[in-house]
Design a protein around this ligand. Structure first.
Ligand code: PLP
Length: 389
């Protein structure tokens, strides 16, 4: 097999990144802290419209510190979207707290307000309200924040937005990640923009952000000798990483447009096929289309998402099933789960039939055509067999 490998989501570097990194080298700011970190925090906060930001070593670290800021501790409960990457939920375990998973709703694939409401009603009856709610914005699309914020407000529970996949997305004209008490972004290599590994918390609560900054540098008290009164972490973003991030922020809008174009091409080529449905874009905002996701109805197509994954793998094309929901993970088997409807779990359906296609902002049209051809070949070969039968 000689065909060049096509990846799910590549790092995509612009022109300014090298300049900023060179400057970091020239000024010998290779040490972790430095001027690019401060500038990156300012520029990120300005880009999304919050009062401040803290740059950290990963999105996971950002979720961890946001949970600590919300006061999550041992034995507490935290509600969390079930259809997500494990990094949304792992930090709940770091703090010795217990996740309760909330299903998706079919219109956005994001947290179901109906399931959230049932979880709140039960929690109140048990006298055990959660300390925080982690809302994930899946594959670049914001969750429907209005009903979620209303419910959380009613019960007085803070919202942490896991916007790792949705930097550049909007909800009612405002940036995804700026509605909860804290918003979290990731700059991992496969995300909308990258610092070659990094993350951030954004918020309007500058005092809380200062606390996170303090915790992220081992909670060193501001005295000459090493004085510590609180537990600390080594979670700060480095100056070199922030230099890359500053360059990447300048091209964020282009990256969103590129990924949306990738989605549009898939949609035009495949949406008329019987039994294929793309992840819907909710009318309340703009998705980044971080990954183009679709579902395959096995009965109508005669093939399923596993067969499609095989077909693509055979052509050296990387594709992935939709996230396996957290409530189905052995790691979380003892945790409670609230499906969208009493007897309907939307995330189970999406996991069973959903697939993410290569969606990088640098995906070339000819490479995307290879992906489309693979799907069309599968469609016509199965259709051919059906006619013969
Ligand atoms: C990538 C991702 C994270 C974790 O970010 P890292 O920077 O890799 O630690 C968290 N949540 C979601 C939904 C993600 O996709």
């Amino acid at each position: 097999m000689n065909a060049k490998r096509i990846y799910l989501s590549n790092p995509h570097i612009g022109h300014l990144e090298q300049e900023y990194v060179a400057e970091a080298f020239a000024t010998n700011w290779i040490a972790p802290l430095g001027p690019h970190v401060d500038a990156f925090e300012r520029e990120l906060a300005q880009a999304v419209g919050t009062a401040g930001a803290v740059a950290l070593s990963s999105g996971t670290a950002a979720i961890h510190l946001a949970l600590r800021l919300a006061g999550v501790g041992r034995g507490d409960t935290v509600f969390c979207s079930t259809l997500t990457f494990v990094a949304s939920a792992n930090p709940i375990l770091y703090e010795g707290a217990v996740p309760v998973f909330i299903d998706s709703e079919p219109d956005s694939w994001n947290m179901s307000p109906a399931a959230l409401q049932r979880a709140f009603i039960d929690a109140e009856l048990q006298g055990r309200l959660p300390k925080a709610v982690v809302v994930v914005h899946l594959y670049g699309q914001s969750a429907d924040m209005a009903p979620i914020l209303e419910l959380c407000g009613l019960y007085g529970v803070p919202v942490i937005e896991d916007a790792a996949e949705s930097l550049g997305a909007t909800y009612r004209q405002r940036s995804s990640g700026t509605f909860g008490r804290f918003g979290v972004y990731s700059f991992n290599g496969n995300k909308m923009i990258t610092t070659s590994g990094g993350g951030a918390i954004v918020s309007d609560d500058l005092e809380a952000l200062d606390k996170a900054r303090f915790w992220s540098t081992q909670s060193r008290e501001p005295v000459p000798h090493y004085e510590h009164t609180q537990i600390g972490f080594n979670y700060r973003m480095s100056n070199v990483a922030a230099a890359i991030g500053r360059g990447q922020l300048r091209v964020l809008e282009e990256r969103v447009e590129s990924r949306r174009r990738v989605y549009d091409r898939y949609f035009r080529a495949l949406s008329r096929l019987d039994g294929i449905a793309f992840m819907p874009e909710a009318p309340y905002g703009r998705s980044t289309r971080w990954l183009t996701a679709l579902t395959v109805d096995a009965e109508r197509t005669g093939w399923n998402r596993s067969r499609l994954l095989e077909e693509l793998a055979g052509r050296n094309i990387e594709a992935r099933p939709v996230w396996k929901p957290m409530h189905l993970q052995p790691l979380f088997q003892s945790c409670s789960y609230y499906p969208h409807e009493q007897h309907r779990s939307v995330s189970d359906e999406l996991f069973g039939s959903g697939i993410c296609l290569p969606s990088g902002s640098d995906l070339q049209e000819e490479d995307q055509n290879r992906v489309i051809d693979a799907i069309m070949t599968l469609v016509s070969s199965v259709a051919g067999k059906r006619v013969l039968q």
